[in-house]
Design a protein around this ligand. Structure first.
Ligand code: OGA
Ligand code: FE
Length: 301
């Protein structure tokens, strides 16, 4: 018998797993989350967890359904791009090197696959390296996020445009179409064996289940961002891509200004709820998932 240890290590197919949803603060207060250590006497966050068993469908085997833009991006708010050549960036440890080598590749990818895109502005990236066993990650060594969320609200997206474009360009840009898109890829040498990313088709998520959360930075930074927590609803359609590889990219659209147009019936995307999840099928010594997400503003048409 041929030795094929690798494929069996990779969980495949639809799975029921626990996802951690938002549940509002009992006292009706504005939901908040402190990015770092909270001020004395305050909790890290004031909202609650609502852990649910959710069916997460594997899009492996149906990749082409989710690789067509604009339909997929405008409806689901995610898009799969495959068969990317090896990156000029080899190590993904040095931020400056990543900006120099990897960002141009991400820019070219977005201009090619996001219909109407004319300009890409980068604003940050996060590298995640899950630790083996129970060693918790710290803010300096970030691991997968086990909480259903969207990175920005509409208010935060406009704030990003004002913050990252020159003053004289921001107001004009805000009158056109602007999107926030994360480009996500694994960095493991082998197909992902643990903590895959799950994402819900934007069209399946109700507006009333997307809840603004104040994202409070350390006092010195004098800045409050906004993210969104997501309430569970049985109509949500959750997906993941099993055994994702380093030549695959997921475009995660966190915001699309088209959704602000009340008469726009075609765009149901623009707010991709997502989270990592613990796959109950992962083998005990599964390799920790490593990944990078690059956050961008995409302008046009
Ligand atoms: C993201 C994100 C979580 C993860 O890319 O915005 O939330 O576990 N990622 O990779
Ligand atoms: Fe996110």
């Amino acid at each position: 018998m041929a030795i094929s240890a690798l494929p069996e290590r990779v969980p495949r197919g639809d799975v029921v797993a626990q996802l951690n949803f938002f549940s509002p603060p009992a006292d009706g207060a504005v939901p908040f989350n402190y990015v770092d250590t909270p001020p004395e006497g305050e909790p890290q966050r004031n909202f609650n967890d609502d852990i649910r068993d959710v069916l997460i469908e594997d899009i492996r085997g149906r990749e082409s359904e989710f690789a067509e833009s604009p339909a997929s991006l405008d409806h689901n708010a995610f898009l799969l791009v495959q068969n990317q050549p090896p990156s000029a960036e080899k190590d993904f440890v040095d931020d400056e090197s990543i900006r120099k080598n990897y960002y141009p590749e991400v820019e070219a990818l977005l201009l090619k696959h996001v219909p109407g895109a004319t300009r890409v502005v980068f604003f940050d990236h996060t590298i995640r390296r899950a630790k083996k066993g129970d060693v918790p990650n710290t803010p300096q060594s970030r691991g997968p996020v086990l909480r259903v969320h969207i990175d920005q609200t509409a208010h935060a997206a406009a704030g990003r445009v004002r913050r990252h474009l020159p003053e004289d360009e921001a107001e004009a840009a805000l009158k056109g179409r602007y999107r926030i898109i994360n480009v996500w890829r694994p960095l493991n040498k082998n197909p992902v064996e643990s903590s895959p990313l799950a994402f819900a088709s934007s069209a399946s998520v109700r507006d009333e289940d997307v809840i603004t959360v104040e994202h409070r930075y350390p006092k010195e930074r004098n800045f409050i961002g906004q993210t969104a927590g997501i309430q569970y609803h049985p109509d949500q359609k959750w997906h993941y891509l099993s055994g994702m590889t380093g030549d695959e990219r997921l475009l995660l659209e966190c915001f699309d200004s088209e959704v602000l147009k009340k008469d726009n019936a075609t765009v149901k995307g623009g707010r991709l709820a997502h989270t990592a999840f613990t796959d109950p099928r992962s083998v005990p010594d599964a390799e920790g998932r490593e990944s990078i997400e690059v956050r961008t503003l995409v302008f046009g048409p």
